[in-house]
Design a protein around this ligand. Structure first.
Ligand code: ARG
Length: 498
């Protein structure tokens, strides 16, 4: 049980000075209440060990309040569950439990309506809420922290926050996949050159190219979901590091907060930030995919490619050159990828030298985590809209896919079918292509006679290979760009996503 002494210990240095000078004059209960308010409201409560107040620079340096404020909702949600658990363990009386919960609900309302005063000296969101609760309901507010430390409290708040953020991110990725699937369906007939080394290589369906990204995003969702499963364990009850002296039912707290299970080692519980690393890793890979897509769309919207046209609403102009229409959103997504990678490095570096268990360094987990989640989810939502509004220049893609060089592999495979070893066929077509280049001739315009000059295995049917449609139709294994395969994949995705 939280005894009076431990509650009184939560007196603050600054406040103690105020209280000591005026204490003797106050005896009425109204005065007592006012004193409690002052005690909790003036300065954070570290107890009697300290003889000097915190230096103002230290106060500012150590405070996480400017960035952990956003955890308020989860902090209150966790505190309500903890309060109910304390009542169930008979640490709190029913009346006390009710008063604390009502107080917490008032604090929540105040924050949401913008009336809450965040004070610099509060140090973090946990202290801030407890300070206000104690102002509202008196010393009883100090009983809420019984059997709990900010170390397991912050571990809980962060898990609750990340859990919701990841669910939203996964839903956002599904929206982006839908936009890409819909574009693929609309332009299913369109062929374009597929590239290796950014050189035209073989014809592919535009839909095949786009659906490659849908597969990437599917893996990204899988990674985020894995992180979600692993972080979904309830940390309260670990206390500062060793566990708690109070007979609380941790499984009950877990049930209240919708966790399938509880953590199994108190030391690990308060110092584990693996889940933050996993989330930043998942987001980094996702950003890498978005950055590759950005690079591609930036190229594709250039005068040189003209494969796509981005909506005016997603581009900006130049302040000097009137003709410019710049793909800034795609460029910024590519740019922000570096920032997210940086956050991943930052959390890994923060964690690498830490002995068990909680160390204040861990407070440095929040800014990289929050910024990563904000940045990544913004990029994902923007991309869903950008894709939906982007037009595909079917004419330019069709022109580009006519280039005969794209059929060289088809001719080599033709000779293989006639019994020529592949390496030999490769060399024959290589010299044919070289000759075309010398004569500035397109391979698609080649005659049967010219083909036969290179190999007597060529007959009339070889000429029918020199069409883009023929080239894609023969890539008919699962995962190939043949129309039937792409259609099958599209149908599966549509069933799953739309
Ligand atoms: N603001 C702290 C953090 O984010 C909360 C935990 C502080 N615990 C402590 N013992 N100082 O990590």
């Amino acid at each position: 049980m939280a005894d009076k002494k431990s509650i009184m210990k939560k007196d603050s240095r600054k406040t103690r000075q105020i209280s000591a000078s005026s204490q003797s004059k106050r005896s009425s209960s109204a005065n007592k209440k006012k004193r409690a308010t002052l005690t909790a409201g003036t300065k954070k409560a570290w107890g009697g060990r300290f003889k000097e107040p915190t230096h103002h620079l230290v106060e500012r340096f150590t405070s996480s309040l400017p960035f952990d404020q956003r955890l308020y909702h989860y902090d209150i949600q966790g505190s309500i569950a903890h309060c109910k658990t304390l009542y169930r363990a008979k640490v709190l009386k029913q009346k006390e439990c009710q008063t604390i919960i009502r107080g917490l609900e008032t604090v929540l309302r105040e924050i949401e309506q913008g009336h809450f005063e965040f004070r610099d000296e509060d140090e973090d969101i946990h202290m801030s809420i407890e300070r206000r609760l104690t102002q509202l309901i008196g010393p009883l507010g100090g009983k809420l922290h019984t059997g709990r430390s900010r170390n397991d409290q912050v571990a809980l708040d962060l898990r609750l926050f990340v859990r919701d953020s990841l669910k939203a991110m996964i839903a956002g990725l599904t929206q982006l996949q839908k936009a890409m699937v819909q574009k693929s369906r609309i332009h299913l007939h369109v062929l374009m050159p597929g590239y290796t080394h950014l050189q035209r290589a073989q014809p592919v369906l535009f839909a095949h190219h786009f659906l490659a990204y849908v597969d990437m995003f599917e893996r990204d969702k899988g990674r985020l979901n894995d992180a979600l499963i692993r972080l979904n364990v309830m940390p309260l009850g670990a206390g500062a590091l060793a566990g708690t002296n109070y007979p609380i039912d941790r499984a009950y707290t877990a049930e209240l907060l919708d966790f399938p299970t509880v953590t199994t080692n108190s030391l690990d519980t308060v110092s584990d930030r693996d889940f933050v690393v996993e989330v930043l890793n998942g987001c980094s890979i996702l950003m890498m995919h978005l950055s590759r897509l950005s690079e591609e769309l930036i190229l594709w919207s250039s005068q040189e490619f003209q494969f796509v046209e981005m909506s005016d609403s997603f581009c900006t102009g130049s302040s000097m050159m009137p003709q410019k229409k710049n793909p800034d959103v795609a460029e910024l997504v590519r740019g922000k990828t570096g920032r997210v990678y940086g956050h991943l490095m930052s959390i890994l570096t923060t964690l690498k030298g830490l002995p068990l268990s909680y160390n204040r360094d861990l407070q440095e987990d929040k800014e990289p985590l929050f910024d990563t989640l904000d940045t990544t989810s913004d990029c994902v939502s923007l991309y869903a809209e950008l894709i939906a509004r982007m037009s595909i220049r079917e004419d330019s893609m069709a022109d580009a896919v006519q280039s005969g060089l794209l059929f060289a592999t088809e001719l080599a495979d033709y000779l293989v079918r006639k019994g020529t070893p592949f390496r030999e066929a490769h060399a024959i077509i290589g010299s044919l292509v070289g000759q075309c280049a010398e004569q500035k001739k397109d391979l698609a315009q080649i005659t049967l006679q010219e083909l036969r000059a290179h190999s007597s295995h060529f007959s009339k049917d070889a000429l029918s290979l020199l069409t883009p449609e023929g080239a894609i139709q023969r890539k008919s294994q699962i995962g190939g760009t043949a129309r039937k395969q792409v259609q099958n994949r599209l149908r599966t995705l549509e069933k799953r996503l739309l």
